[in-house]
Design a protein around this ligand. Structure first.
Ligand SMILES: [Zn+2]
Length: 406
């Protein structure tokens, strides 16, 4: 038996958008679903699809910046008219919350950011360990991303090599479902490993992981990429601009500062990219361990010797604040990604590991005891996890056609 708890229903406005959109798609004869090609820019995409590039040039700078956030491999949808002679709509997910919507209206394409509608389900299950937590979770669920997330959450606080056959693991996680498929990265809400009958717990609280006693268990520590500068814009996956009446996202933090202010690597890592990137101007991307990647944009220039493949130390100067690309004034746009997914940098930059004290401690303990009950229930009922049916689909490299409606 699977425990399904429906959490957080979509608020009304989102709901209406879903309906209009689905209706529009259902009336169409052909909808194509395809992964975004590696290395393709939004401009190249428009050219390939025969959509005028003026659409891009007419965008404002925030939207142009967001066009750089389209990820290779993400599935986008193209809707054609009956005889496939013209593209009527395109949907390109930017992140788990927001997508680009192109629509043909009166002979012109309109560009809009619209929310992604999805359903969230929370599931829990327990399995006995036969080979390793990673392999056993995959065997039980077919869900590699979930298995990775589980191991990732525990790896700084638990030694997996000491596990034995017959030990146990349990997990409570939330997954997004969209158009009948799981979507995005599952979030582990609570997890337990039982070694020789002794349980070790992890609880997610305010976006971080803590043990049963409220001590933080994550090990990765970033530093601020700039000194003595102010934050001019914060991170948001989706926000509604009440004046412009539009949705927006800001997938990083902006630090305002004078041109030439040194920019430092937020952690040790290897330079993955140093060059020009459309709306982001001069960009450095650094790959760190544990699936983290940092992005530094609008740089005036790079420090000498900073190029692809170069290893950099935390705090090492890599470039200088500037105003290249789509930028109104000198600032650093600092982005942080975990396994390709944008996360709030301010949630991860910290000096030391923390223990929860004070008022939030009470809240944490209440939450932890509720989650513990859920885990115990999963063990007692021997709940079988939901198995993903078609894992290969996520990696399918070619275009797939789907007939929707008549
Ligand atoms: Zn920015």
């Amino acid at each position: 038996m699977v425990i399904l708890i429906m959490k957080r229903y979509s608020p009304m406005p989102r709901f209406f958008i879903l309906i209009t959109l689905l209706t529009a798609f259902l009336n169409a004869s052909v909808v194509e679903r395809a992964p975004w090609p590696q290395g393709e820019s939004f401009l190249q995409f428009l050219e390939k699809k025969g959509i005028p590039q003026s659409l891009y040039w007419d965008l404002d700078k925030e939207d142009k910046e967001l066009c750089e956030e389209i990820r290779a491999g993400v599935y986008y949808y193209t809707m054609y008219d009956d005889n496939r002679s013209s593209i009527e709509q395109v949907l390109i997910p930017l992140n788990e919350e927001l997508q680009i919507h192109l629509k043909l209206e009166g002979g012109r394409y309109r560009f809009n950011m619209i929310p992604v509608t999805y359903k969230e389900v929370t599931e829990s299950f327990a399995v006995s360990i036969e080979r390793s937590p990673y392999q056993d979770i995959i065997k039980a669920t077919n869900n590699k991303i979930l298995a990775y997330a589980f191991v990732d959450a525990f790896k700084n606080s638990f030694d997996f090599t000491r596990l034995q056959k017959g030990d146990m693991l349990a997990v409570v996680y939330t997954e997004k479902i969209r158009l009948g498929r799981t979507y995005g990265v599952p979030v582990i809400e609570a997890a337990m490993i039982e070694r020789r009958k002794k349980p070790y717990y992890l609880f997610r609280f305010n976006d971080r992981y803590y043990d049963e006693r409220g001590r933080e268990v994550e090990g990765f520590v970033f530093r601020k990429p700039v000194n003595r500068v102010r934050i001019t814009s914060r991170f948001t996956l989706r926000r509604y601009h009440p004046v412009l009446k539009r949705y927006r996202a800001h997938l990083g933090v902006d630090f305002g500062g004078r041109t030439g202010t040194p920019v430092m690597a937020a952690a040790d890592g290897r330079v993955k990219f140093a060059g020009r990137l459309g709306g982001y101007g001069n960009v450095i991307k650094i790959r760190h361990r544990d699936g983290f990647l940092t992005l530094y944009a609008h740089l005036h220039k790079f420090r000498r010797g900073i190029r692809r493949g170069k290893y950099v130390k935390k705090g090492q100067v890599i470039g200088y604040i500037g105003s290249t690309g789509m930028s109104t004034g000198p600032h650093l746009h600092f982005g942080l990604y975990k396994n390709g997914r944008p996360v709030n940098p301010l949630g991860v930059i910290k000096v030391t590991k923390k223990t929860i004290y004070g008022k939030s401690r009470k809240k944490f303990l209440r939450y932890a005891s509720k989650m513990k009950k859920e885990i115990e229930e999963a063990i007692d009922t021997n709940a079988a996890p939901t198995k993903l049916e078609d894992l290969s689909e996520a990696m399918m490299p070619f275009v797939r056609e789907e007939r929707v409606g008549g």
